[in-house]
Design a protein around this ligand. Structure first.
Ligand SMILES: [Zn+2]
Length: 410
């Protein structure tokens, strides 16, 4: 190991402290976007930004930035970011690790008086998880101009709330226009959320691309009728139709020679009664593939299946697109910098595709970007058992430090 190191004590203690902020009555970590719990997490982050002497800025979609600039630096910062919101009963590392490591890196550089040509900024993007409001990765999407800020603020949550009103209520409807920082390069450090690094005993993942993600909501309308008196041949059973869709998606993905994965993760029936044939099934479809052409083909095949199914079962089908992101490729030069930094620290690396969505895939539209992964024990995430060993957390932050220092001094 060479050169400056992060303060591992400070990084780890902040991660653990933030992991206690925003827990519900049952002790679950639930910092859903723009809730009181999210506010508590944001407030803690802002206190740390101020303690570190960083300039705090909040934009209109609620993204929070901590900025370090010097008289000598340009106005094109190196941005390090991720998110502080969580799913329901989430873990303490997803998102928070990247944000707090970003803060740690900047605080370290500032304390060491590193000569920078470009300012350093750390960002926490609003509503990355998409648990309460769609689409997910909203703050970074708005930041890069992929979604209008007014449209995003008007989003209605699954609890009936409006994002803009909630953001104002918790005090994070900022004044800065999204995109106000002209980013020179973007870095995101994240837990892998998959099992590969741990299985292969490799500490550092170098993320070269990201799967495209297609989210749709399907509503199937049939006819509610008596479960006992309606002959099987006379049913328009929305529940059965939904089951056929789920089976089709699973079989199709298993049989595919591509890297496609398909999931129906949320479903509800109406009237949802034991002795009534469902008149309506509402469910979500999550399709992912790292190749845009293949993902488009997966969507087309699924669409054709739905049309055939509607005719076969005599049900009405409607499909709503919730979000769609294209696969992305990260900056080859920055990937090499990550590998060089790891080599200097004596750490093995592996090039990877991210199976999960990340803010980096939005910011890559406006700046060269790269991601670093560290191990997730057992591949578990979005779960309180989410875990990364301390040495891996520290190692990842030190790689981030080296790459940020190099980018900032170019
Ligand atoms: Zn995340």
């Amino acid at each position: 190991m060479t050169g400056t190191r992060v303060n591992e004590e400070r990084l780890l203690s902040r991660l653990r402290a933030l992991g206690q902020v925003g827990r519900d009555a049952q002790g679950r970590l639930c910092r859903l976007a723009c809730t009181d719990a999210d506010k508590a997490g944001r407030d803690q982050f802002v206190r740390w930004l101020r303690d570190a002497g960083l300039e705090v800025q909040v934009d209109r979609i609620g993204n929070v930035f901590g900025l370090w600039r010097t008289h000598e630096s340009t106005d094109t910062p190196i941005l390090i970011g991720s998110h502080l919101d969580t799913v329901i009963n989430g873990g303490i590392f997803d998102g928070s690790y990247g944000v707090l490591a970003g803060l740690e890196v900047i605080e370290t550089m500032k304390a060491q008086g590193v000569a920078i040509k470009h300012p350093l900024a750390v960002a926490s993007f609003t509503n990355e998880e998409g648990t309460r409001y769609s689409p997910d990765m909203m703050g970074s999407l708005v930041y890069c101009g992929g979604l209008g800020v007014e449209e995003a603020l008007a989003s209605t949550g699954n609890d009936g709330t409006v994002l803009g009103a909630e953001l104002a209520r918790i005090g994070y409807a900022g004044a800065a226009e999204p995109g106000f920082l002209k980013v020179k390069a973007y870095l995101e450090l994240h837990i892998e959320q998959g099992p590969i690094l741990e299985l292969e005993g490799i500490p550092i993942g170098v993320v070269e691309n990201l799967q495209g993600i297609s989210w749709q909501r399907v509503i199937i309308e049939g006819t509610a009728n008596h479960a006992g008196t309606t002959p099987m041949s006379m049913r328009r059973d929305a529940g059965y139709a939904a089951a056929r869709v789920i089976t089709f998606l699973h079989d199709q993905a298993c049989a595919s020679t591509t890297a496609t994965v398909a999931t129906v993760g949320s479903i509800s029936f109406a009237p949802n009664v034991i002795n009534v044939i469902p008149s309506r099934a509402t469910f979500t479809v999550d399709l992912r593939n790292p190749n845009e052409r293949e993902l488009k083909a997966d969507e087309a095949i699924f669409g054709q299946f739905l049309e055939r199914l509607a005719v076969e079962l005599g049900v009405n089908l409607s499909v709503e697109r919730l979000s769609r992101t294209e696969p992305v490729t990260f900056d080859p030069r920055m990937l090499s910098m990550i590998e060089e930094a790891a080599r200097r620290d004596g750490l093995a690396t592996k090039r990877m595709t991210s199976g999960a969505g990340h803010d980096a895939q939005m910011i890559v539209r406006i700046a060269p970007a790269a991601m670093i992964f560290v191990q997730s024990t057992g591949g578990i995430s979005h779960n309180p058992r989410e875990h990364t060993p301390d040495p891996d957390l520290v190692a990842g932050a030190n790689i981030l430090l080296q790459v940020a220092t190099r980018l900032a001094s170019e």
